[in-house]
Ligand binder design. Structure first.
Ligand SMILES: Nc1ncnc2c1ncn2[C@@H]1O[C@H](COP(=O)(O)OP(=O)(O)OP(=O)(O)O)[C@@H](O)[C@H]1O
Ligand SMILES: [Mg+2]
Length: 101
């Protein structure tokens, strides 16, 4: 289960997320909707550990605290980016290899 507690986020002085609380149950399917600029990508970036929230926390209740952040990212998080920055003249394999070489 994933739990979001008292989560707020600012970019500079601008408050983007204001004290958000929710839980996602295992194997559930959730859709996040909102107007452009409402903070969807910001929230997903925080949940997926790519961005540290200004306030509050994200708890993965079923993942051992002994795991490193790298392990949690590798094993438990998948993220398809809104802006993927793939290089169009390269193949899929070449795009993947470029970050590992
Ligand atoms: N790195 C950043 N620095 C400063 N402001 C940012 C940054 N990223 C996003 N913002 C601002 O924060 C607000 C929320 O942006 P976010 O990208 O989270 O919204 P969104 O709901 O994903 O929008 P969209 O539907 O257009 O993808 C917007 O006003 C945006 O301009
Ligand atoms: Mg977005």
């Amino acid at each position: 289960m994933l739990k979001v507690e008292d989560l707020s986020h600012f970019y500079g002085r601008e408050k983007i997320l204001d004290n958000i609380n929710f839980e996602l149950k295992d194997k559930s399917f959730t859709i996040l909707t909102g107007e452009s600029g409402s903070g969807k990508t910001t929230l997903l970036s925080i949940i997926s550990t790519l961005l540290k929230p200004t306030k509050g926390r994200v708890i993965f209740t079923d993942i051992s605290k002994n795991n490193s952040l790298d392990t949690i990212r590798n094993r438990y998080i998948g993220f398809i980016f809104q802006f993927h920055y793939l290089i169009s003249h390269l193949t899929v394999l070449e795009n993947i290899k470029i970050v590992t070489t």
